[in-house]
Design a protein around this ligand. Structure first.
Ligand SMILES: [Zn+2]
Length: 140
């Protein structure tokens, strides 16, 4: 069989059969399994119900997992809180974040400098991190 690019890492490998799309690297196999589970959760209500029960049981046995997780990963906790705030605002359309045209000369406001998450509100995409810095010639 001819080598094909891995669907995860794009490295060429020789598949064992026509259906194989991922190479055997552990990271690629994890990605394959995650994709399988994502599709299974989306299409199989019984599987989704079983996973939900298993997750609830696990969480009951590990009640402070998320508290410790947030303590271990403060940046992720901050990001998740910011994204949740945006999701909450989406549920209140009168308070939704819109697109505003701001005169850059008047926008020399230091409070807008820093790290932000750019969250698409129309297409379903992952948020991206952006950095806002001072524009040249902008004196405050
Ligand atoms: Zn791979």
């Amino acid at each position: 069989m001819d080598p094909i690019p891995c669907a995860c890492c794009d490295t060429f490998f020789i598949p064992r059969n026509k259906r194989q799309q991922f190479c055997s690297k552990p990271a690629c196999q994890r990605a394959r399994k995650a994709l399988w589970q994502k599709q299974k959760l989306a299409t199989d209500p019984e599987y989704r119900k079983g996973q939900r029960l298993a997750n609830q049981k696990w969480l009951a046995n590990n009640p402070d997992y998320w508290k410790k997780y947030r303590k271990r990963n403060p940046e992720k906790a901050y990001r998740n809180r910011a994204l949740q705030r945006i999701r909450n605002q989406r549920e209140q359309p009168d308070k939704a974040i819109g697109i505003a045209k701001i005169d850059v000369r008047k926008a020399c406001n230091q409070s807008l400098l820093g790290k932000f998450w750019l969250v698409p509100t129309i297409a379903k995409m992952d948020p991206i991190k952006i950095f806002i810095t001072t524009a040249p010639g902008c004196s405050s």
